[in-house]
Design a protein around this ligand. Structure first.
Ligand SMILES: NC(=O)c1ccc[n+]([C@@H]2O[C@H](COP(=O)([O-])OP(=O)(O)OC[C@H]3O[C@@H](n4cnc5c(N)ncnc54)[C@H](O)[C@@H]3O)[C@@H](O)[C@H]2O)c1
Length: 279
């Protein structure tokens, strides 16, 4: 495992006034207690942004915020359930109350959904749609309301490589992430006139708590040998022969959040090790 990217960024020194500099910017990040959301929060804070972290796991979000503050950054942790519009409105309101503005919204919280489509229950469908699709839409709506009066902003959503490679057993998940991609592209068209860019990541296999969810039993346990075999199979899906890490996605978030991507909107950015290669 290489050194955490945020440490590398501190060491390299993000130059003020350059494309990746986020000093003076305010970012809200959902799903910030773990995985890609945590790495993104730390990355944006390392680049100078004040970050507001939202997660259903508020203790986890607080742990990440504390680490950012220890590293010299500015962070606030809040409890957010992205399935609830009111939570996302309050989340953005907390950023405005503390900083007076919102420049960057990262809708990263998401859940997996496993099983053949013929067996999917209404409850499971609602669970996946609620977090992945409604959560993303509500986050975008709350952010747009705050950004439009200022005529600028960057929204980063999270789709998945699963939308490019239909695979048995992940149909509901892939459908929710295809919806995120289309929401992103449509919002890019609608929000562009307000100076707001809307993009998404489509991560490939990235080692976080999320991966191998289908290998866990009802109590959350999994067979470690089976998990190791699964990781090796995922590794071979990349022509590079590597697995993704949360920082690999966080670098994409930094790019899309910053002025380095000022001419980029409506893009679905694929950091997936070449797992899906397309025009
Ligand atoms: N890891 C991968 O290989 C991969 C690949 C493609 C897409 N993604 C997407 O990336 C995003 C982040 O995934 P990750 O790998 O970091 O997973 P993760 O499980 O490590 O982190 C997800 C975070 O979201 C939070 N969360 C879940 N439901 C929530 C809710 N209702 N409200 C608020 N927070 C909630 C969790 O508490 C957790 O902190 C997800 O949208 C996921 O679908 C991940």
């Amino acid at each position: 495992m290489r050194a955490a990217a945020h440490v590398q960024l501190y060491a390299a020194g993000v130059q003020r006034g350059t494309g990746f500099d986020l000093h003076g910017r305010v970012a809200c990040i959902t799903g910030a207690a773990a995985g890609i959301g945590e790495a993104s929060a730390r990355m944006l804070a390392a680049a100078g942004a004040s970050v507001v972290l939202g997660d259903i796991d508020v203790a986890g979000a607080q742990r990440v915020a504390d680490a950012i503050v220890r590293e010299g950054g500015d962070a606030l942790a809040t409890s957010v359930d992205v399935r609830r519009r009111a939570d996302l409105d309050a989340f953005v309101a907390a950023a405005i109350e503390r900083h007076g503005q919102l420049d960057i919204m990262c809708n990263i919280a998401g859940v997996g959904s496993y099983g053949a489509l013929r067996d999917v229950t209404e409850a499971e469908f609602d669970r996946a749609i609620g977090t992945n699709v409604k959560g993303t839409l509500f986050g975008c709506q709350a952010a747009l309301a705050a950004m439009i009066p200022h005529g600028r902003g960057s929204i980063v959503n999270v789709s998945a490589t699963a939308i490019y490679i239909p695979a048995a057993g992940v149909g509901v998940y892939a459908a929710t992430k295809a919806a995120v991609a289309m929401l992103t592209q449509t919002l890019a068209v609608e929000a562009g006139a307000h100076g707001i860019r809307v993009n998404a990541l489509a991560p490939g296999f990235t080692v976080t708590n999320f991966v191998g969810g289908h290998l866990r039993d009802a109590d959350g346990h999994r067979d470690e040998a089976e998990f190791t075999t699964y990781l090796e199979r995922m590794r071979t899906m990349s022509p590079l022969g590597i697995l993704g890490e949360a920082d690999d996605q966080a670098y994409q978030v930094l790019y899309l959040a910053s002025d380095a991507s000022r001419f980029v909107t409506g893009t679905i950015l694929r950091a997936n090790g070449g797992q899906s290669i397309d025009w």
